[in-house]
Design a protein. Structure first.
Length: 441
């Protein structure tokens, strides 16, 4: 290690600390502080770097989107949405699997966080899919995959972080991710026939009765659909309010996070009347804990990024990457492969702070659109959320279903294969990401 540069020693030390199971944030901070000491800088600089790293206006969106997602998950919005889509889809082949995919995509526009989406909508979807004849592992795999798209479907916390790192328009990133996100959702639907036990939709009645005390099954289809629509209307309006406000210019993505939080409070307090003081305290506590984890990674990653810049690791590693081949598709393949492998062991935010400072100069050198590249990166990282051994969505789903992690991972395997195929399509067709951006400019 002594013959390596300080920056390279920092990277090696970071992975050693990760192997020792030190929390990611502390592994980043300790390895960066070691490198700063090696370079001859005092620890007094670390405080200034941490403060400047998190003192960015756009990052305010992170805790508020997390809070909005937690609130909406605890106010009964998920149950109402699932009931509405269950009645709407009715007896279509695939039954609750189609409902689960639809709700996962819709919830992605509410939560912005993969693990939070699994926790909020996973229990109801998995139970309903089991009643429809799907195996529990396959149902858990669908939820893991669909919830992972929460960091692709806007508003996405991951896209906010990417926009901050890449100094790119977050609004354009949100717009660009819509079509690729929906496309990835369609691939989930295409995977449903691979289920070993995707049978009838005979569990619909039980599902509806559990979700509501009202006798839905005694009503004609039209009345059932209308009643469920009215009950879920304000929840269904959430993405329209958030994204419509951003795209119309009424507020910025950062302001949209606060709007989403206030909207959730209004729904729970005035319309559904499910908001209680105890529930609000619990939501604030959960959101604060989740936000602290994210922001600690951001704070210590600023030290890590500073060392990367000062020791010119960006120039060194980006030059090595560009020297691999003259073919930009080969380089893109290598970048995606690195991100996929990194996603097996690290969380998305850590990967972005470590890899993007190296990959972005390469993308700029090759003339890649940073908006398209951001969408490709986000789909890579979404796949990492349900890829073992450290796919966090798998752990949340295993906890919900009380299945071994290995079984949940096997259930997610068909979705993993189709998701990688989808990643290849989005990467090779930049028009999917640029179409709406160009249309709305």
């Amino acid at each position: 290690m002594l013959e390596m540069s300080a920056g390279t020693q920092m990277v090696v030390l970071f992975f050693i600390l990760l192997a020792l199971r030190l929390p990611v944030a502390f592994a980043l901070g300790l390895s960066a502080i070691y490198a700063m000491w090696t370079l001859g800088f005092g620890l007094d600089l670390a405080g200034d770097l941490i403060a400047s790293g998190i003192a960015k206006y756009s990052l305010l969106a992170v805790p508020f989107f997390i809070l909005a997602g937690v609130l909406m998950g605890s106010l009964g919005i998920a149950e109402r949405m699932i009931r509405f889509f269950r009645i709407l889809i009715g007896d279509l082949p695939g039954g609750m699997g189609v409902v689960g995919t639809t709700v996962c995509l819709f919830w992605g526009a509410v939560s912005g966080s993969g693990p939070a989406s699994v926790a909020a909508i996973g229990p109801l979807i998995i139970k309903g899919m089991e009643e429809d004849g799907y195996s529990r592992a396959f149902a858990a795999g669908l939820v893991c995959t669909g919830a992972a798209l929460s960091i692709v479907i806007p508003p996405s916390i991951g896209l906010v972080i990417y926009g901050v790192i890449a100094e790119t328009s977050i609004s354009d990133l949100f717009i660009a991710a819509i079509i690729p996100g929906l496309f990835m959702g369609l691939l989930i639907l295409a995977t449903l026939p691979l289920a070993k036990k995707a049978g009838s939709v005979g569990g619909a009645a039980a599902s509806l009765e559990r979700l509501s005390p009202r006798p839905y099954n005694d009503l004609p289809y039209g009345k059932r659909l209308w009643r469920s629509f009215l009950e879920s209307f304000w929840g269904l309006m959430t993405p329209i309010v958030i994204l419509g406000g951003i795209y119309s210019g009424a507020f910025t993505p950062t302001e949209a996070a606060l709007v989403a939080t206030v909207y959730a409070l209004l729904i729970g307090g005035l319309i559904y009347r499910t908001l209680t003081i105890e529930g609000l305290y619990r939501a604030l506590s959960d959101a604060a804990a989740s936000s602290a984890v994210v922001m600690m990674v951001v704070a210590y990653a600023s030290l890590f990024g500073w060392v990367v810049t000062v020791d010119d690791l960006i120039g060194h590693y980006s030059t090595l990457l560009l020297a691999v081949s003259d073919n930009e598709w080969v380089i893109l393949f290598i970048v995606m492969l690195i991100l996929l492998i990194a996603g097996m062991f690290m969380d998305a935010i850590t990967i972005m702070f470590i890899c993007l400072p190296i990959f972005l100069p390469v993308a700029q050198k090759l003339g890649w659109d940073p908006i398209w590249f951001g969408v490709v990166v986000m789909i890579n990282l979404a796949i990492g959320l349900f890829t073992p051994p450290v796919g966090i969505n798998l752990y949340v789903a295993a906890n919900i279903t009380r299945l071994p992690l290995e079984k949940v991972a096997r259930g997610a395997l068909p979705f993993l294969m189709t998701s990688i195929l989808g990643l290849a399509v989005v990467a090779s067709a930049p028009e999917m990401s640029s179409f709406l951006v160009d249309l709305l400019r």
